[in-house]
Design a protein around this ligand. Structure first.
Ligand SMILES: [Mn+2]
Length: 368
């Protein structure tokens, strides 16, 4: 049996919390959290200790490791993606009880914070005191910073493992992909990111904030072997044409209307041709649920019509997974209490069903 390095264990137990607890509440969703803990741990009380000792099993557990980041502070139109990790986990446990995965828990989220670089010393001290009861603590306090810090050490200790990140708004993919890209560079592996989204997420900043749901992609381009190693699929809500994004940033895009016009098979063969040219070893898949048509994915902050059918997304994923190992991934922007369809709970159920199917597929691929 391998050992979890002591320093990493201390960081995990201080900066993370049990699965589902990343949403900081007292009474709200108490029953849902209890139900999740009952399913994972066989009981609903004394969860902190059970979770902490479960971390000792990480070294020998599945290569697919779930991390929840219940932060929507990087969003900014309709919030609510902070509830994603709790709800997607419940869906996965219910619909795919035999998934080969290890649940690391949730990042501890102060819902008013995004990244430590936006904070002054006084706020940092106050938040260190709140989270760690220690104003001198070296640990980060904002969700993006904690995620980056924890995953940097995680990938150093377990280069063969991959994270499946549960968001959260899409800014959360910034630390998830950045730490993955840097770890793979160190391992001498060439990788690409397959990014499903209705939007390009290629702003340079939004109202002066450089790390947010609309800009995270721009800030990971330098960590890729080359910018064309970001391949975006499902784009359809953009103020500028495809040529603007491809020429300005060097990324590759496959817009949703192309799938309707030339057919899914042709788009898949175009994607595979690009990947072949890039001569890559492994892939990261970042999935914004709004890539899917809003008739199937309405419980999200920016639902968009004319998107991918769930089956089309699965076809693309199956085709790329057949050729390349998917070694990390994420599922973002599921906001279960948000409903653009007027269908209420059906909206939530439909969105979670699609998110669950795609997540289960990705987790299974990472675990291989
Ligand atoms: Mn996005």
């Amino acid at each position: 049996m391998s050992q979890l390095p002591e320093q990493l264990k201390d960081k995990l137990t201080q900066c993370l919390c049990p699965p589902g607890n990343g949403v900081f509440t007292v009474n709200t969703a108490k029953e849902r959290k209890a139900q999740l803990h009952q399913t994972i741990f066989g009981q609903a009380t004394g969860i902190d200790d059970l979770w902490k000792s479960s971390l000792n099993r990480l070294p020998d557990a599945s290569n697919a490791v779930i991390l929840g980041i219940a932060s929507d502070c990087g969003g900014g139109i309709l919030r609510g993606a902070n509830w994603g990790p709790l709800f997607i986990r419940s869906t996965l446990l219910e619909n795919y009880p035999d998934l080969n995965t290890f649940d690391l828990g949730d990042v501890r989220v102060i819902p008013h914070l995004l990244s430590d670089k936006y904070l002054n010393e006084a706020t940092l001290s106050n938040c260190r005191k709140a989270l760690y009861q220690n104003v001198q603590s070296n640990y980060c306090v904002s969700p993006l910073s904690i995620t980056e810090d924890v995953l940097h050490d995680f990938y150093a200790a377990f280069p063969e493992k991959g994270i499946f990140g549960l968001g959260g708004d899409h800014s959360v993919s910034y630390p998830l992909t950045k730490t993955y890209l840097q770890a793979k560079k160190e391992q001498g592996k060439r990788v690409s990111i397959i990014h499903f989204d209705a939007h390009t997420d290629l702003l340079i900043e939004r109202l002066g904030i450089d790390l947010c749901f609309g800009s995270w992609c721009t800030h990971i381009l330098n960590d890729l072997p080359a910018p064309e190693h970001l391949i975006q699929i499902g784009i359809r809500s953009s103020g500028k044409p495809k040529s603007h994004w491809e020429n300005t940033f060097g990324v590759k895009q496959h817009w949703a209307h192309e799938i309707k016009e030339v057919g899914i098979e042709k788009v898949i063969s175009n994607i595979l041709a690009q990947l072949a040219e890039q001569n890559i070893d492994e892939l990261y898949v970042s999935f914004d649920i709004d890539a899917i048509d809003d008739s199937y994915a309405s419980a999200t902050g920016t639902p968009e019509p004319d998107g991918l059918m769930p089956q089309e997304a699965m076809q693309i994923l199956q085709a790329i997974a057949e050729k390349y190992p998917i070694t990390a991934a994420d599922m973002m922007e599921i906001a279960p209490f948000t409903d653009s369809s007027g269908l209420g709970v059906i909206s939530q159920e439909k969105t979670l069903k699609v998110a669950g199917e795609i997540s289960a597929f990705l987790i299974n691929e990472i675990s291989k």
